[in-house]
Design a binder for this molecule. Structure first.
Ligand code: ADP
Ligand code: MG
Length: 636
């Protein structure tokens, strides 16, 4: 079934026009580890740092007096009150308890029992007195940045652009938007982090060409291939791993330190010690970016101080397996963009972890060149977001158009469990597709729509995003109903699906809001699987399609034999029944070509009988009716 029409949205900027608000607009990099707010002042994007010139650590502490502490001070409290101090909350945005379970090892948090809202993770703080969602925790961080900006700009903000990893799925994006709203921000747009970085570079340097953006932060790795041309950015492909970053280096170093301290890998379940070891690991790792050796001091227990040293070589050895995990997604992103490394004009570094020499060596070896790091890798995303915010607020130049892509194909479940893709992965957003479907059975009064995401041919191998129903369709013969389904992905990458039954005007729509997210390991796996299984899948799909067709024909033939036995000629029933038996037999097998052949044989055996039935039906139908009535029936 071909896609019948593609929406032509030539001006992504225009789609935003109604949301534009003039005035004070900021860009916010809501990071896993650190967050930052930036604004364009006198045409120049600038970061608004605190009085010490620091980034805002994305850490929120819930104090026993009911207060909430955010940032540097909260990070300091993590060692004393690990369960009441939430760090790396971004890893939990839009995620469910099952995802949280997967991240449990070496995290000190306590999760609240599911209750009736199984789909949202909640951190249990203050000895279980309070349960907070990731959206609430993130809103605390955003509130601090909002206040900081309002103080610096001398007035209330009119809007903000918040960045998200390119790989964030719909649930994670919705959660980020919700956090902004909860913090009292008018979220004008969510912007992919690598796109923001490219925007910062593109405007500052007036660069043209194709770039790779390599973003290794605390918790996420994003790789994007972008094309910059005549002031227009286009994302050619994206990839990465949302469970890979500096935190993983910290964990690897912590495991190494625990071995040296002769302690078990889980620090014997001691949450306080775990926090102290992780903090020491991070400090040592960061120090070794500049130094070749550093001292490590950890309070192993009350009055029991452990001292050791860590060298750059040891660090490199310990983190190498983690660093190496960046390579496959980076190579795949190039492949997806049909590019070789040498065709790139440059590689942009983003994220604190890209300061590490071993990471720069990996980037240089994968892309065959030294990466660009002219703009502070900590600030570049927030700066780009500020540029975009300024543009949306109507203050900036109008000729910058952003284009991002859909990370995984989106489609619908078809009869027999086959996935029909409406929007293919790496399609530039905003985008849309319209496709018309019909009923499979007679008198079907509703449609079950199942929206799926993934690269595989069978629904069972894809991820289920949402289900909805369109009901109230009057009974009609199979194939008469015309169900037009529209998929729209907006500039933020959020999907809405609507269905419209054209003969009756019945409508139904849904904003796809998955209850919890997909890890990037899963995305990776789904894409890899689709390559590995491509051939098998196509065969499987054909088999399913033929079986569905076989069932339809068998049912129709059986009904016809029962209804019009009088029209059968000598020996005809036996021939038709033999063909039906043969079809039943091959249908149980796995050879789609054999099923096809048996369908054709049954068609041939029943062809004359069908013609006689058709003639009889026409003769009966016309008797006593005028032509106009027949026409209006056909036209409906
Ligand atoms: P995010 O985007 O996840 O908020 P950032 O871009 O702020 O993250 O990067 C934070 C990560 O960068 C942390 O893991 C931190 O330890 C690491 N990092 C920051 N500075 C350095 C440094 N000088 N050397 C090595 N790693 C660093
Ligand atoms: Mg970041």
């Amino acid at each position: 079934m071909p896609v019948e029409a593609l929406f032509d949205i030539s001006e992504p900027g225009e789609a935003q026009a109604k949301e534009v608000c003039k005035g004070r607009a900021v860009g916010i990099d809501l990071g896993t580890t650190n967050s930052l707010v930036a604004v364009v002042q006198a045409g120049q994007p600038t970061c608004l740092r605190d009085e010490h010139g620091s980034l805002l650590p994305s850490v929120v502490h819930y104090a026993t007096d009911g207060g909430v502490v955010v940032g540097q001070e909260a990070r300091g409290l993590a060692a004393q009150a690990p369960q009441d101090t939430i760090a790396s909350v971004k890893r939990f945005m839009g995620r469910g308890p099952r995802d949280a379970e997967a991240t449990r090892r070496l995290t000190p948090y306590q999760f609240a029992p599911g209750g009736d809202s199984e789909s949202v993770v909640r951190f249990s703080v203050l000895g279980g007195q309070r349960a907070v969602t990731p959206v609430e925790v993130s809103a605390e961080i955003l509130r601090v940045l909002k206040t900081r900006a309002e103080v610096a700009l001398g007035g209330e903000l009119d809007g903000a652009v918040i960045t998200v990893p390119a790989y964030f799925d719909d649930g994670q994006r919705q959660a980020t938007r919700d956090a902004g709203r909860l913090a009292g921000l008018e979220v004008m747009r969510l912007l992919n982090e690598p796109t923001a970085a490219a925007l910062a570079y593109g405007l500052d340097k007036q660069a043209e060409g194709t770039f790779a953006v390599f973003d290794l932060g605390g918790g996420t790795f994003d790789i994007s291939i972008l094309k910059l041309e005549g002031g227009v950015f286009e994302v050619k492909s994206t990839g990465g791993d949302s469970a890979l970053g500096g935190d993983d280096f910290d964990r690897a170093v912590a495991a190494h330190l625990l071995r040296q301290m002769r302690l078990p890998e889980d620090a014997a379940g001691d949450r306080y010690l775990t926090r102290r070891v992780l903090d020491a690991a991070r400090d040592a790792k960061e120090a070794l970016t500049k130094l070749s050796a550093t001292e490590v001091v950890i309070e192993r227990g009350p009055g029991d101080i452990w001292r050791g040293t860590l060298t750059r070589d040891e660090l490199d050895h310990v983190v190498k397996p983690v660093v190496d995990r960046c390579e496959p997604p980076a190579r795949r992103a190039l492949r997806d963009a049909s590019l070789e490394a040498k065709q790139l004009s440059g590689v942009i570094l983003v994220g604190g972890a890209t300061r590490m020499p071993i990471v720069r060596r990996l980037v240089a070896s994968v892309f065959g060149r030294e990466p660009l790091a002219d703009i502070d890798p900590d600030e570049v995303v927030a700066l780009g977001a500020a540029v975009q915010a300024d543009l949306l607020a109507g203050n900036a130049r109008k000729d910058v158009v952003l284009m991002d892509v859909v990370p995984l194909s989106l489609g619908l479940e078809m009869m027999g469990g086959v996935a029909e893709k409406l929007i293919h992965r790496n399609t530039t957003v905003p985008c849309g597709a319209v496709q018309t479907f019909t009923t499979y059975a007679d008198n079907q009064t509703g449609f079950d729509l199942h929206v799926v995401q993934g690269e595989r041919e069978l629904v069972a191998d894809c991820r289920s995003l949402a289900r909805f129903k369109l009901t109230g369709v009057p009974p009609m013969p199979a194939g008469m109903a015309r169900l037009q389904v529209t998929f729209l992905v907006d500039a933020d990458g959020l999907l809405s699906v609507s269905a419209h039954e054209q003969t009756t005007g019945k409508e139904s729509s849904i904003r796809v809001k998955p209850s919890y997210g997909l890890t990037d390991d899963e995305v990776e796996r789904m894409i890899r699987d689709s390559f590995a299984h491509a051939e098998q899948d196509v065969g499987e799909r054909l088999l399913v399609v033929e079986r569905v067709e076989a069932d339809r024909i068998l049912r129709a033939t059986r009904a016809a034999l029962a209804a019009s036995a009088d029209l059968l000629v000598e020996g005809e029933r036996a021939a038709i029944e033999a063909a039906m038996g043969a079809l039943e037999e091959v249908k149980a097998g796995r050879d789609h070509l054999a099923v096809r052949a048996a369908i054709q044989a049954l068609d041939a055996a029943s062809k004359d009988f069908a013609t006689r039935r058709m003639n009889q039906a026409l003769a009966q139908g016309l008797r006593g009716q005028d032509i106009g009535a027949v026409e209006s029936k056909v036209g409906k």
